[in-house]
Design a protein around this ligand. Structure first.
Ligand SMILES: [Zn+2]
Length: 1025
């Protein structure tokens, strides 16, 4: 059958085949040169330039002027609209006709006022199919509009992808014409490409590779590019090869269309809306032609955008969701960062997401989907399970810089013991192209060979959108069951996970967090975003608590359902995995900060309204009352303004989740502040005694009752240090291990320590240090009466380049592990560098506190808006500010305000109330005007300090019912009583989606509701008032 002689020369045979389909060499005589037939110019092309992103209807009414191919337009972020009039020649009857469009930027084709297809060179989409087979009766004259965004798939980085965008870039259309497209050539080219790839990928060790080689060689012999009639012989040879089937034991690859669209990254939120439109309309178009094609799509926020901006497209999506081809996944509002959002924020990601998917598509997602996020909290398994999800897909841990993660398919066990079936696609990508290489890698890289015989392959251009192409589908279609390659199923996540679950006996279990050994600078970069997130999380918490209490008082209070949902959605959006980590361009930072401002402004009003509604008419007046949203009694010094507007201090005592008026209470022990002979300042409050050096560092920090010194011998606490911070590539993302070698203490004093408050209720001192000729630190060290920690109110003027500012506390504690707060709990990480897994965590994340304790003594480091920590041996370090230059050239430049605190304690951190103190530092007591002598009252409290009442809110869709959420924070099994003075009629346990569990009524006793907790368990209750 073969044309002889076929000599034993693998290389020439292979390269001969490659040249036969090359788009560079021999296109005059090879097959590739035959892809297009006749061409014909457009009738006319005119354009209109807009600095704004406007809707089609508005654009169509503008004045379009003639456009000449090659003319430039711009600048970056503008939009050029084209009106294209074309006339298909009648003699192209029976041909497939395309509009060939090669341009910079990202384009959308509009036809009959509807979006119909995306066009991007980078996403390999350069033609719009006008007709598959031209018929006489179909219209030959067509008008199309092309909306061209002046930015690439990956924004407009100046010089490199992640560099700050070039605002002045010019764009052009290089080609726009009608062409005859030879489908039979395209099909044969795909056969050739796949066979050549099989030869290359299987290599010289596999006989199947040689079978592909001789097949493809003979196809060249059989095929005369000038004679379409010769193609079928070559095609049938290819078909014979592809249809030689696999054995039954072969690995199965579940191919799923996907299009990862970052909700904002190297482009602003507004452009993402259009990216969704372009990418998804293209996916829908592919579904129409390929009924087996399935497309997975996450992020409820993006669906919401498309619903608002492209309602026609959205109803098509609803249709294909019903058909099971367009598959919503993930269940969250956005693909959020997996480390920094609070526990309640993570719950809300699922609550908003799942409720949206249920409302619009009648389903809840069954898989959590987060392929591109920088680490995954150990509480996620419990939060997923509580949100109706027991499966998880990501691949990001393949980016680990130090250790190779040992599994691809495994059970991931969270902090509380909850497990989810987890799959990392072994191809280590969420943007495959359906190539042989993707399939071979999926089998080769699978670290669970013999344990898991199914894997996912996500294909489609991603990050900037784009998604799958017809060519990718054609490639996969050819090798569905081809000996030598894995089986390929066009599949959906449900099918993959069902197969994995059915054969899971040998799967391993990974316990605890999935820590990404890369991108550890993202705990610190863009400090204003981090601060906005923490403050707004706190504010929304307080609004919900106060509004719930106002509601329960039965008066005419309207719970602000709609406004709160809007504010939550803004907060959740900013938690996207390139926004809260700070890895976005400056335009995105500006948007994000504006959203936080909106939350503060609108939320501030809502909180005032709710607090006012807590008082009856008779209780209103001009005296001060204080609202405490936290579930324990607080005794704190607060700042007041008297009726004349003069500032003053007061020591207040406020019950758990309640109110009290301000009385003139005197502390048991007042604060004393004394300048000593050597110029240092001694501050004491009966609990703590500290000596502040002239440069603001602490020479001593003494825990009075225990007679224990917290600062290491010969060392100073509150020591600022600077590091050179030059990563290998990912500037805003990465801080590398070697930065630790460049440590330099900040020692230059501008203003030595001086007394600000001389004692009584509050003692404080302030000082200023010079970091460089451009940057300074000014700090007030505050010690309040009755307070077990010292606060450091800090202001930094920051104008550095590739530097990292931290503060150190060398403490007199020895322990192999430090503890860090995470969502609804805490975990431990090593303080030593024994193994590569230990030292790879040289910079870690935590929330409001970290603690280093030995038996019966420890020191906690609290903060009000920071997330980066490291504890090495006995040195506790808080990461304060970075100065990355890409993708935002001005990241973190300017003035920063933040507060941290140091708290030595006896006993364990649990017994010493470190957790409660960190909450107190973050949730300020809120002042209200009331009548003097208003009786203090408490709405809710919990009898066991291990259990924290985290959330009180109105139930979704249930006016007059509340949801309360509690968690066990110590890591213990406890039974506790939830006490309340609210008129609760009935109570039920419910999940995080607020669905009551009919098997679990919560029994109401005269004292309250008895609740059982296992370590770090989250419990939600539905309370009917
Ligand atoms: Zn991403």
């Amino acid at each position: 059958m073969y044309h002889q002689p076929v000599l034993k020369n693998r290389r020439t045979l292979l390269e001969r085949a490659e040249k036969f389909i090359s788009d560079i060499y021999f296109t005059d005589c090879n097959l590739r040169g035959r892809l297009y037939g006749d061409s014909c110019p457009l009738e006319s092309i005119t354009s209109f330039l807009s600095c704004k992103r406007i809707p089609f209807t508005e654009a169509a009414q503008q004045n379009f002027s003639p456009y000449k191919i090659g003319d430039t337009f711009g600048p970056t972020w503008w939009t050029c609209w084209f009106k294209v009039n074309l006339k298909i020649p009648v003699n192209w009857r029976g041909k497939e006709v395309h509009l060939l469009w090669e341009s910079d930027g990202e384009a959308m084709v509009w036809r009959d006022e509807q979006p119909v297809q995306g066009l991007t060179k980078e996403g390999e989409k350069t033609s719009y199919i006008l007709t598959d087979c031209l018929k006489d009766e179909e219209p030959h004259s067509v008008t199309l509009y092309v909306e061209l965004a002046c930015n690439g798939l990956f924004g407009a980085g100046q010089g490199s992808m992640i560099a700050a965008p070039d605002p002045n870039r010019k764009y052009s259309v290089q080609k726009a014409e009608l062409v005859v497209f030879n489908r039979d050539v395209r099909e044969l080219l795909t056969d050739f490409e796949m066979l050549i790839d099989i030869v290359k990928q299987l290599g010289e060790g596999e006989q199947r590779g040689y079978q592909a080689l001789f097949t493809v060689n003979e196809m060249v012999n059989l095929c005369d590019p000038t004679k379409a009639s010769s193609y079928s012989k070559a095609r049938s040879l290819a078909h014979k090869f592809f249809s030689q089937q696999n054995g039954q034991s072969q690995h199965t690859v579940h191919a799923m269309g996907h299009c990862h669209i970052d909700s904002a990254w190297l482009w602003p939120y507004e452009e993402t809306i259009r990216k969704c439109g372009r990418s998804w309309v293209t996916a829908i178009h592919l579904m129409e032609k390929n009924p087996e094609f399935m497309f997975t799509c996450s992020q409820a926020q993006q669906f919401q955008w498309v619903k608002t901006w492209y309602p026609g497209l959205f109803s098509q999506i609803q249709h294909y969701v019903k058909k099971g081809q367009f598959i919503p996944v993930g269940g969250t509002w956005v693909e959020m960062d997996g480390n920094l959002p609070s526990g309640e924020s993570m719950v809300r990601q699922f609550l908003e997401g799942q409720r949206f998917f249920h409302k619009e598509f009648g389903l809840h997602c069954k898989e959590f989907w987060l392929p591109d996020t920088f680490g995954y909290s150990a509480q996620l398994p419990q939060i997923m399970q509580g949100s109706g999800i027991s499966r998880f897909l990501t691949q990001k841990l393949s980016w680990n810089l130090v250790n190779v993660f040992p599994h691809n398919t495994f059970f991931w066990e969270g902090l509380d013991g909850s497990q989810v079936l987890t799959h990392f696609p072994p191809g280590n990508s969420y943007g495959m192209e359906g190539k042989v290489e993707d399939l071979v890698n999926t089998v080769k890289n699978n670290k669970d060979k013999g344990r898991a015989n199914h894997s996912a392959a996500l294909f489609g251009f991603g990050d900037g959108g784009g998604g799958p192409t017809q060519l990718m589908l054609d490639r996969l279609q050819r090798v569905q069951d081809t000996d030598g390659l894995p089986k390929v199923w066009m599949s959906a996540p449900d099918r993959l996970f069902s197969e994995l679950q059915a054969d899971s006996a040998l799967l391993c279990t990974w316990t605890g967090e999935l820590f990404l050994e890369l991108h550890n600078g993202t705990y610190t970069t863009q400090a204003q975003i981090k601060r906005g997130n923490r403050q707004c999380e706190t504010l929304l918490h307080d609004i919900e608590v106060a509004s719930s209490l106002a509601l329960s008082r039965g008066e005419a209070f309207e719970y602000p359902v709609k406004q709160l949902q809007e504010l939550w959605r803004l907060l959740l959006l900013n938690q996207f995995h390139d926004v809260i980590p700070g890895s976005c361009i400056e335009m995105v930072v500006e948007d994000a900060l504006r959203y936080y401002e909106d939350i503060r402004r609108v939320g501030g009003g809502l909180l005032d309204d709710a607090c006012r509604a807590l008082l009856s008419k008779e209780q209103k007046g001009d005296a001060h009352a204080v609202f405490n949203s936290l579930p324990w009694e607080r005794n704190e010094v607060i700042q007041l303004q008297d009726t004349a507007g003069q500032p003053g201090l007061a020591l207040v005592s406020v019950p758990s989740v309640g109110l009290a008026t301000v009385k003139n209470t005197q502390p048991v022990a007042p604060v004393s502040v004394t300048v000593q002979a050597d110029g240092t300042v001694l501050m004491a409050n009966g609990i703590l005694q500290t000596i502040v050096n002239k440069n603001g560092s602490l020479a001593s920090l003494h825990l009075v009752n225990a007679n224990r010194e917290a600062i290491s011998d010969g060392c100073h606490g509150n020591q600022f240090v600077m590091f050179d911070d030059v990563p290998l590539y990912w500037d805003a993302w990465d801080v590398m291990d070697y930065h630790l070698q460049t440590r330099k203490p900040v020692l230059e004093v501008v203003q030595p320590v001086q007394i600000v408050s001389s004692g009584g209720l509050r003692g404080s001192v302030s000082f200023t240090l010079r970091i460089s000729d451009k940057s300074t630190i000014t700090q007030e060290i505050v010690l309040d009466a009755m307070c077990p920690y010292i606060k450091f109110n800090t202001q930094v003027e920051w104008a550095e380049s590739h530097k990292f500012l931290k503060v150190e506390f060398p403490v007199r504690v020895r322990s192999p592990n430090a503890t860090y707060e995470i969502q609804f709990g805490h975990l431990q990480r090593p303080t030593h560098r024994n193994t590569s897994w230990d030292w790879a965590r040289f910079e870690v994340w935590g929330h409001k506190w970290a603690d280093l304790s030995e038996h019966n003594f420890g020191v906690a480091l609290l903060n009000d808006c920071k997330y980066g920590y490291s504890v090495h041996r006995n040195i506790m370090t808080l990461s304060l500010l970075r100065a990355a230059k890409a993708p935002d050239a001005n990241a973190d430049m300017g003035t920063h305000h933040f507060t941290y605190a140091i708290m030595p304690h006896t006993g364990s951190f649990q017994d010493a109330s470190v957790i409660q103190c960190a909450y107190n530092l973050n949730f300020p007591l809120r002042l209200i005007r009331s009548a003097p002598g208003t009786v203090p009252w408490s709405a809710l409290s919990v009898s066991d300090p291990a259990v924290i009442l985290e959330t009180v809110k109105q139930a979704e869709d249930r006016k007059g019912s509340l949801v309360v959420r509690l968690y066990e924070s110590h890591g213990s099994s406890v039974t506790t009583m939830l006490r309340f003075t609210l008129p609760v009629r009935e109570a039920w346990h419910c999940d995080l989606l607020e669905r009551p569990d009919p098997t679990q009524p919560a029994h109401i006793t005269p004292d309250g509701i008895i609740l059982n907790f296992s370590p770090f368990q989250i419990v939600s209750l539905l309370l009917h008032l």
